[in-house]
Ligand binder design. Structure first.
Ligand SMILES: *Cc1c(COP(=O)(O)O)cnc(C)c1O
Ligand SMILES: [Zn+2]
Length: 422
């Protein structure tokens, strides 16, 4: 159990947490947690809840999932880097990494579900194109806590768990991620259903922030640079917020790490907007978006409404950290992914491969010096080993809908399911 309050980054109002996603005064900016504990003490438990001092939770869920950080030899050797550290989120038993859904979305899902259970009643709803949905399904399968997940039908095969997910209601919609989001928003108007909140949810951000904490504890000092591939930008914001706490902790140095964030060409709206130092993303930053989204190597990076311009969002954290954004071609990402597999011995998620390609590019262009302390966030991976070692229960949709399905029909089904499961 941690002691904390919430604060609004726009009006500085402080308030207690009732699974609040936005400032009660109506501000549009992000809200942030402020923890009573300035110096973090790790709890004596496995998994991410060892960081509970800085998680907005009352209590914990038993899990082995947590970021693992180690000093690279393989990739560092090839690239001639003397201080490359890898934060790995995924499944890699040899390294003690048991994030079974395969990505750092699980670090968001566990604290979010625990925060919800401790702060309010209701069933959480997630709209996802893949990794987020799978992470929440996994937590639900392990804990029995009900979750409603809305996905585009093309993502169906991505929702699987290590044990049957009998309290997940999976709704698939013909269309893309944007259609799943808009259906999800509609379902959230039904009583008892709560949106998970994305970047606005402090449990998601502080959960992801554990990567920076784990990295800093392993390195003994804050890194000079933090590298991540971004779609919504939540992980970048989280890394900055965790760094603020680590600086205030006092034991890990005073220098704010620079954020180096990458997107996958041709869909790079944040890279474009930031290149003009513009707070707003314009339509022209994502020309022919629908088509561009089908052409990327990593589709988890194709969020059309990232947490970019909002107060406390990506624009602000890039400004505060003298950050850099870069774009990476799918071909470079693929090559970088193969390089990573061969020299580190684990298969990275395509998004993590984008990050490795970004690292190589930043070295070539002289943005990074070879002796700098680099924290490379490998945000997902280990899928091959997971497939070999763990059971895979593919969740079949409880309901398949189209954009033409009357909402009355959907809401009736959802409410019936709620009576049985919530
Ligand atoms: C979601 C995701 C990202 C992007 O994360 P954001 O911080 O939300 O932009 C990167 N890598 C993987 C593996 C992901 O699942
Ligand atoms: Zn406010």
């Amino acid at each position: 159990m941690s002691e904390y309050i919430l604060t609004c980054l726009q009006c500085n109002h402080e308030f207690a947490d009732t699974y609040t996603l936005t400032c009660p005064h109506g501000c549009k900016g992000l809200i942030r947690t402020r923890y009573a504990v300035r110096q973090i003490t790790l709890r004596d438990e496995p998994g991410i809840f060892k960081y509970s001092d800085w998680l907005p939770v009352t209590g914990s869920i038993p899990t082995l999932a947590e970021p693992i950080c180690y000093k690279s030899e393989g990739l560092a050797g090839i690239l001639n880097l003397s201080n490359l550290w890898i934060a790995f989120s995924g499944y890699w038993p040899d390294k003690g990494a048991f994030t079974v859904s395969g990505s750092f979305k699980e670090f968001e899902a566990f604290p979010t579900m625990q925060r919800l259970a401790g702060r309010t009643k209701g069933v959480i709803l997630v709209s996802s194109a893949g990794n987020t949905g799978r992470a929440f399904a996994e937590v639900s399968a392990q804990t029995g806590q009900p979750v409603i997940i809305v996905i585009p039908e093309t993502a169906q095969s991505r929702i699987f768990t290590t044990t049957p997910a009998s309290n997940v209601m999976l709704i698939s919609i013909s269309g893309d991620y944007t259609d799943a989001i808009s259906l999800g928003n509609k379902i959230c108007t039904l009583p008892g259903i709560i949106p998970e909140g994305g970047a606005k949810n402090v449990a998601r951000r502080d959960g992801m922030g554990t990567v920076m904490v784990a990295g800093t504890l392993a390195m003994g000092v804050l890194p000079d640079l933090y590298l991540q591939a971004v779609g919504s930008g939540t992980g970048g914001i989280a890394a900055y917020e965790a760094s603020l706490r680590l600086i205030a902790d006092g034991r890990f140095g005073k220098r704010m790490p620079r954020l180096l964030l990458f997107q996958n060409e041709p869909f790079v709206p944040m890279v474009r907007a930031w290149s003009f130092r513009r707070r707003e993303i314009w339509e022209e930053d994502m020309p022919d978006a629908e088509n561009a989204i089908t052409r990327v190597f990593s589709d988890v990076l194709t969020n059309r409404e990232p947490a970019y311009g909002v107060a406390g969002g990506v624009f602000d954290v890039l400004t505060a950290t003298k950050g850099i954004m870069g774009s990476v071609s799918s071909r470079d990402a693929k090559d970088a992914g193969n390089l990573f597999s061969s020299c580190e011995g684990i298969d990275p998620d395509p998004a993590a491969a984008v990050c490795v390609a970004g690292l190589i590019q930043a070295l070539r262009s002289g943005v990074i010096r070879p002796d700098e302390k680099i924290l490379l966030n490998i945000t997902g991976g280990g899928y091959l080993m997971r497939e070999k070692n763990l059971p895979e229960y593919v969740k079949k949709p409880d309901m398949r809908v189209t954009k033409a399905t009357p909402f009355k029909k959907i809401s009736a089904r959802v409410q019936r399911w709620m009576r049985l499961h919530a």
